[in-house]
Design a protein around this ligand. Structure first.
Ligand SMILES: NC(=O)c1ccc[n+]([C@@H]2O[C@H](COP(=O)([O-])OP(=O)(O)OC[C@H]3O[C@@H](n4cnc5c(N)ncnc54)[C@H](OP(=O)(O)O)[C@@H]3O)[C@@H](O)[C@H]2O)c1
Length: 247
């Protein structure tokens, strides 16, 4: 079996990836993490090849608490082949993309950093026993181009932008450590491209000038990037079309 852990499986991109994997790979066994399993599309949730586990990225203790549940559905010795981190927030209670520095709120900054960045690293810490096998493994964090420091020409979106930059640094740092401890491996960040989802919905009007993909198209694009990934891609930041982005 090809074992894939998808964090954020209830989201447009996470569920799109899970759905396509189930369709195209009969050997795919998916462990999906999300806050509310009832939000996961039925076709995915009822598949015998999917196990859903509750996980709240806003809770710093969530990944540690997950370990026993995960071991119950997948013993660590069997290992995970792919980790896809597709959870993230841009807006929500008390959080909205800031236009100017006066809009900054301490709580919103902390929330964005916890959900978009810290939760990824805490999840990876918890997953280390599942990554010690000798098969090639891929760790793919769905980041965002706005998290690129060198590409930042427009400013704004302080909390989201900087939390994605933090996620990128966590990916890069992990990509240095993982080959020493769980070779062969590729650990990368991927910009999914602008995608119709609950996260992008409030910005639909301004997205009109951009190329916007359906979640299904984005899932296909991300899986195509993953298909081409080998050890030499470790530590890179990829665009949805497979080209490289500057950190
Ligand atoms: N859509 C775009 O245009 C776009 C562009 C660039 C990057 N991205 C990135 O792509 C990723 C997926 O976004 P999407 O477009 O698929 O948005 P989405 O449909 O809103 O999905 C977001 C996912 O994150 C999960 N999430 C949020 N807060 C969480 C928490 N506290 N604990 C656990 N899970 C939590 C959501 O779970 P719940 O169902 O529990 O809320 C959902 O599964 C995000 O990291 C986003 O930043 C998206």
């Amino acid at each position: 079996m090809h074992k894939v852990l998808v964090a954020g499986i209830s989201g447009a991109i996470g569920s799109g990836i899970a759905g396509e994997l189930l369709e195209r790979d009969p050997s795919a066994q998916i462990i999906g993490l999300c806050r509310r399993p009832e939000k996961v599309p039925e076709a995915i949730a009822r598949s015998p090849r999917v196990s859903l586990l509750a996980w709240d990225a806003a809770d710093p203790g969530a990944a540690g608490a997950l370990v026993d549940d995960l071991a119950g559905v997948l013993p660590a010795a069997e290992g995970v082949d792919d980790v896809i981190f597709a959870a993230g927030i841009l807006h929500g209670a008390g959080l909205y993309p800031e236009k100017r520095v006066e809009d900054l709120e301490a709580g919103a900054l902390a929330q964005a950093f916890q959900v978009n960045a810290a939760s990824f690293s805490l999840l990876m810490r918890a997953l280390m026993p599942w990554l010690r096998h000798r098969r090639f493994k891929r760790v793919v964090a769905i980041s965002a181009k706005v998290g690129s420091i060198s590409d930042n020409r427009f400013g704004g979106w302080y909390a989201y932008r900087s939390s994605k930059a933090a996620l990128n640094m966590l990916v890069k740092t992990l990509s240095v450590e993982l080959p020493r401890r769980c070779k062969p491996v590729a650990c990368v960040a991927v910009h999914p491209g602008t995608t119709r989802s609950a996260l992008s919905e409030p910005f639909a009007a301004s997205l009109a000038q951009l190329e916007v993909h359906s979640a299904g198209q984005t899932a296909t694009n991300i899986l195509a990037v993953m298909d081409k990934l080998n050890e030499s891609g470790n530590g890179r930041f990829y665009n949805w079309d497979g080209t490289e982005l500057p950190w």
